[in-house]
Design a protein. Structure first.
Length: 101
């Protein structure tokens, strides 16, 4: 699943939480992981595991940045936004606790 660079709404945060849970289940459930890697060589299996682990870490980082900006600490989300002015405006809006419906 492709997720936005920044989370800008509570709905996106909930969707991201669900995606993190799906990745976690794939990593922890042998049956789910087996269905993904069935028939792949051992080297590819390790690559899939690393890929899923990296995806989970990146998604969790985005979600944590969103939660922190809601708590008044915009720095982690500003780091994710980089130099993109549109994304920085989203960070500023969230830091002010303004909602987008």
């Amino acid at each position: 699943m492709s997720s936005p660079v920044l989370i800008s709404t509570d709905r996106q945060a909930r969707d991201l939480e669900a995606e993190i849970e799906r990745v976690s289940q794939a990593l922890s459930s042998e049956q789910t992981l087996k269905s993904i890697i069935d028939g792949l060589p051992e080297l590819a299996i390790e690559g899939v595991r690393r890929s899923l682990t990296t995806e989970k870490r990146e998604l969790s980082k985005k979600l944590e940045a969103y939660r922190q900006v809601q708590d008044g600490n915009p720095e982690p989300m500003k780091e994710l936004a980089g130099a993109d002015l549109g994304d920085l405006l989203i960070v500023a809006r969230l830091a002010q606790n303004w909602k987008q419906k």
